[in-house]
Design a protein around this ligand. Structure first.
Ligand SMILES: [Zn+2]
Length: 348
C-alpha cells in the first residue's frame, strides 16, 4: 500500500470514528490520538524519507490536507455535541411558569385567643383598658385584698398551686382588679378595665375541668354606678357573643369580693328556653358571675367606699368558647390536635 493509500485509509477510519463518537471527552481523546505527535499520521509521514524529491512535497501537502480535514470534522462534531448537550440540559431544566405555586400554610390564632380578641375589641370599644397582670401572684393580691383574709372560708373554694408560703399561681384574674384599685388615681377618670388571662387551679382534668384555663375579669369603679349599669354592660356583651335573641337572668349568689353578688344565666341558644341537654332541661345556661364591688375591696385598694363604687364580673373564656362553638370537652383546647384546631381557622 502506498503512503497515499495509507493516508486515505486513515482519513476514512478517523472520519467514521468522529461521526460515531457521542460525548465530548471521547471526541477530545480521538483528537489527541489522530492529530497528536504520536498519532498515526505522524507515523505514516516518517516513511516519507524513502520517497523521491518529486513525490515528497505532494504527499506532504496531502497529509496536511487530511490533517486539516480531520481537524475540521472534529470541530464540527464538537459543535454538534455541545448543542446536543445544551438542548438536553434545557429540556431537563424547563420551568413551567403556568403551574400553580405551592401555597404556604399560614398559622391562625387559637380559638381561645379568637374569643379573647373578640372580647377585648368589644370592651376597648366601650372605653375599657386591657390589663395583663402576673401569672405568679402573692396572697395579698390574690386573696386578702379581695376580702378573703387568712381564715376566710372562701379560700377553701379554690385549690391553689402554691410556690412559696406567699407566692402562688393566680387562681383567678381578680388580683388585677385589686392592683388597679391600688394604683388608680381618680383624677384621671373612672376605672374601666378588663383583664383576660390564664389562671390555675388544682383541679383534676376532665371534660369540664382543667388545671389551667382562661378567665376574663372586668370592673368599673366611679361615682353613681348601679346594678343597671352592670346589667346593661353584660347584656351588650352577651348579645355580641351569643346573639341578639338571648335573654339575661340574674340569680342571687355569693362571692367574697362583691355584694350583692349574682350568677348570670342566658336563655338557651339551642332550645330557645324549651329545655334540652345543653341547658339540662332548665332553658337557662349559667355563663358568668358578677356583682357590685364589696366596700372592703375598695377600702383595701385605698378607694373611698363612701364616694366611689362599681361593679365587677368574671367569665370563663373556655366556657364561652365551649358554648359558642358546641365543644363538649375543655381538654380539646389544650391538646393541640390540628383536626380540632383547623375547625377554627380564620380566612385571610
Ligand atoms: Zn336548652
Amino acid at each position: 500500500m502506498s503512503l497515499k493509500e495509507q493516508l486515505e485509509n486513515l482519513r476514512q477510519t478517523s472520519l467514521q470514528e468522529i461521526q460515531k463518537v457521542v460525548d465530548l471527552d471521547a471526541l477530545n481523546q480521538i483528537r489527541v490520538e489522530v492529530l497528536g505527535k504520536k498519532g498515526p499520521i505522524t507515523e505514516v509521514l516518517r516513511g516519507m524519507r524513502n520517497l523521491s524529491n518529486e513525490e515528497r512535497p505532494k504527499v506532504g501537502a496531502f497529509a496536511n490536507e487530511i490533517k486539516s480535514d480531520l481537524a475540521e470534522a472534529i470541530e464540527t462534531r464538537k459543535a454538534e455535541l455541545e448543542a446536543k448537550k445544551a438542548a438536553a440540559q434545557l429540556a431537563h431544566e424547563t420551568l413551567d411558569v403556568t403551574l400553580p405555586g405551592q401555597s404556604i400554610k399560614k398559622g391562625t390564632p387559637h380559638v381561645l385567643t379568637q374569643v379573647i380578641d373578640d372580647l377585648e375589641d368589644l370592651f376597648v370599644g366601650m372605653g375599657y383598658q386591657v390589663v395583663a397582670g402576673y401569672e405568679v401572684e402573692d396572697e395579698r393580691h390574690n386573696f386578702e385584698m379581695l376580702n378573703m383574709p387568712a381564715n376566710h372560708p372562701a379560700r377553701d373554694m379554690q385549690d391553689t398551686f402554691y410556690i412559696t408560703n406567699d407566692l402562688l399561681m393566680r387562681t383567678h384574674m381578680s388580683p388585677n382588679e385589686a392592683r388597679d384599685l391600688e394604683n388608680h388615681d381618680f383624677k384621671n377618670g373612672p376605672i374601666k378595665m378588663i383583664s383576660p388571662g390564664r389562671v390555675y387551679r388544682r383541679d383534676t382534668d376532665d371534660a369540664t375541668h382543667s388545671h389551667q384555663f382562661y378567665q376574663m375579669e372586668g370592673q368599673v369603679i366611679d361615682k353613681n354606678i348601679t346594678m343597671a349599669d352592670l346589667k346593661g354592660t353584660l347584656e351588650y356583651t352577651i348579645h355580641h357573643i351569643f346573639g341578639e335573641d338571648r335573654d339575661l337572668r340574674f340569680r342571687p349568689s355569693y362571692f367574697p369580693f362583691t355584694e350583692p353578688s349574682v350568677e348570670v344565666d342566658i336563655s338557651c341558644f339551642r332550645c330557645d328556653g324549651k329545655g334540652c341537654n345543653v341547658c339540662k332541661q332548665t332553658g337557662w345556661i349559667e355563663v358568668l358571675g358578677a356583682g357590685m364591688t364589696h366596700p372592703n375591696v375598695l377600702k383595701a385598694g385605698g378607694v373611698d367606699a363612701d364616694v366611689y363604687g362599681g361593679f365587677a364580673f368574671g367569665l370563663g373564656i373556655d366556657r364561652f368558647a365551649m358554648l359558642k362553638y358546641g365543644v363538649d370537652d375543655i381538654r380539646n383546647f389544650y391538646l393541640n390536635d390540628v383536626r380540632f384546631l383547623n375547625q377554627f381557622t380564620q380566612e385571610g
